[in-house]
Design a protein around this ligand. Structure first.
Ligand code: PLP
Ligand code: COI
Length: 341
């Protein structure tokens, strides 16, 4: 077997169909064994709970080719545990951690020729997801579920890769207090589609959402958490019960403290203080760390001193250390790297 003939360095963040995907079905209170299949089509009832009432949750993680030629993935146990929390909030069954990790490993192994080579700038994005698959017409959870994992090679989430982006403060809210902002449910993304299309139409790369209750505190974007750097090199990241607990952000906090000796504050961040920060970045599996050069708040611009050409110096150190750990040339903390091959 040989690597697929793909122009790895020039792919964007899009879907490329790979050879195999994993499927397991839940019925009568239990998951079946699960299997790899070739068919990329899903067949379910026209009245499936996912189609009528959006009962679906998902995860996103990546596999990397390391410098010494292994294929690894990053902290899949945290994705398993977050999927469990997401599923519980939507009254869906749990996928046990060992089943989740086994499914991820099997899917990557079965599509090993699609794992981009070391140094190409591309990675293999892995998408585990679960949905209510049997018919319900009254508003209630499904009785039957399907868990699937597929993967697709991807390049940078934002066009231009590490070039700073421009975002705007959104007039739309992403998540209500006591709502579902802290879980990875499809419904959070459905309601962000209008906001992202509108942002793109107005020339912005993303939306900065503020807290829905007071519109004074920074929450997150549609697909990533924020990290800020103060002028005296402290890393500051918003704390909120209505944002997704990003695995990248949690890892960066550890990297900042333990690898770079930086002070980190995880706290409420008022929008009013954003203009005082030296650097801003979006962090997530897809985004990695995407630097933000400018935030526009209804015509008022906040331009970070790091500018529109490059990442700020602390953001760059965080980026290099995290990706160094993922690509195997910086030693990882115990348990962060799962070797697949
Ligand atoms: N916030 C949202 C809304 C996301 O969709 C994602 C992506 O998964 C993140 C944050 C980043 O989370 P993670 O670092 O676990 O990928
Ligand atoms: C991720 O980073 O895994 C995401 O889910 C972000 C986006 C593609 C929705």
């Amino acid at each position: 077997m040989a690597k697929k003939d793909i122009d790895w360095s020039n792919i964007g963040f899009g879907y490329i169909k790979t050879d195999k995907r994993y499927v397991s079905n839940y019925k009568n209170g239990a998951w079946d064994e699960g299997a790899l299949i070739e068919d990329d089509k899903v067949t379910i009832s026209e009245c499936a709970c996912v189609l009528q009432y959006a009962q679906t949750v998902f995860e996103g993680l990546k596999a990397y080719t390391t410098e010494d030629g292994h294929v690894v993935c990053f902290r899949p146990d945290l994705n398993a545990s977050r999927l469990k929390d997401s599923a519980a909030r939507l009254e869906m069954p749990t996928i046990p951690e060992d089943k989740f990790i086994d499914a991820v490993v099997k899917t990557v192994e079965a599509n090993i020729d699609y794992v981009p080579p070391y140094g190409s700038g591309a990675t293999l994005y892995i998408r585990p997801y679960m949905f209510g698959s049997d018919a319900v017409i009254g508003v209630k959870p499904a009785n039957e579920y399907q868990f699937r994992v597929f993967c697709t090679p991807v390049g940078p989430y934002f066009k231009g890769g590490a070039k700073p982006i421009t975002i705007r403060v959104s007039d739309f809210d992403r998540a209500a207090p006591h709502g579902t902002g802290h879980i990875k449910a499809g419904l959070n993304y459905a309601m962000s589609l209008h906001a992202i299309v509108d942002a793109h139409n107005q020339g912005y790369d993303e939306n900065m959402y503020l807290d829905a209750a007071t519109r004074t505190k920074v929450e997150e974007t549609g697909g990533a958490n924020f990290i800020f750097v103060t002028k005296d090199n402290k890393v500051v990241t918003p704390k909120s019960s209505s944002i997704l607990p990003s695995i990248t952000r949690r890892s960066l906090i550890y990297v900042a403290e333990h690898y770079l000796g930086l002070e980190v504050e995880e706290r409420e961040v008022y929008f009013d203080e954003v203009k005082n920060f030296a650097e801003c970045g979006l962090c997530g599996t897809a985004a990695v760390i995407s630097p933000v050069g400018k935030i526009v708040d209804h015509g008022k611009e906040i331009c970070f001193p790091s500018g529109m050409e490059e990442m700020g110096p602390i953001t760059k150190k965080l980026y290099d250390t995290l990706t160094g750990i993922q690509m195997g040339h910086i030693e990882a903390p115990e348990g962060w790297i799962k070797v697949i091959k």
